[in-house]
Design a protein around this ligand. Structure first.
Ligand code: S3P
Length: 175
């Protein structure tokens, strides 16, 4: 039975790597933010706006407990998921957890290429985003570092780079 949970900062590539990894392994892929928005019929930014971050963290924890029970899956969780409640220990008790580790430079580059709205980065200039990434990464790193595996992420700016990373991750995990 395959159950892999990818953790790491916003912009690390959890979804970018998670989808092709799941496809290569022939299992389902779940993005926790997507799952939350389907279950509550609200986008993550709307949930933040309506319930505040505290309200979001409660829902996130509850939804993690649903998704982490699924079998034969790759799950990507939100950047903050491992850093609240006992979420990281809970994930470690059920899954092969992987910390996708990237430098603040790579994270900032990915975030600037990124698609979705991220409530925690809203209304920040590129300089402010970089400063925020540096500071909060330092606070979050100890939680991420509890993952069973750590995989170094380089700049994912082409399909080729993504494929290379997926292959290297599979090699590292022996799957
Ligand atoms: C968050 C990361 C987001 C999302 C929410 C909060 C965080 O997920 O869960 O906006 O606290 O880092 P991604 O890491 O997929 O962007």
């Amino acid at each position: 039975m395959i159950r892999i949970i990818l953790v790491g900062y916003m912009g690390a590539g959890k979804t970018t790597i998670g989808k092709p990894l799941a496809a290569a392994l022939g299992v389902s892929f779940y993005d926790l933010d997507w799952y939350i928005s389907m279950r509550y019929r609200r986008s993550v930014p709307d949930i933040f706006a309506e319930r505040g971050e505290e309200g979001f963290r409660d829902l996130e924890r509850r939804m993690l407990h649903e998704v982490a029970e699924f079998e034969n899956v790759v799950v990507s969780c939100g950047g903050g998921t491992p850093c609240f409640f006992d979420n990281m220990d809970y994930m470690n008790s059920l899954a092969d957890t992987v910390y996708l580790k990237a430098t603040p430079e790579v994270l900032t580059a990915h975030l600037s290429m990124g698609k979705g709205i991220r409530p925690l980065l809203l209304n920040k200039t590129p300089e402010e985003v970089e400063a925020y990434v540096r500071e909060s990464l330092t606070q979050r790193e100890p939680f991420y570092a509890k993952a069973k595996h750590t995989f170094d992420i380089t700049l994912l700016d082409s399909i080729k780079e993504i494929d290379k990373s997926v292959a290297a991750l599979r090699h590292q995990l022996g799957i």
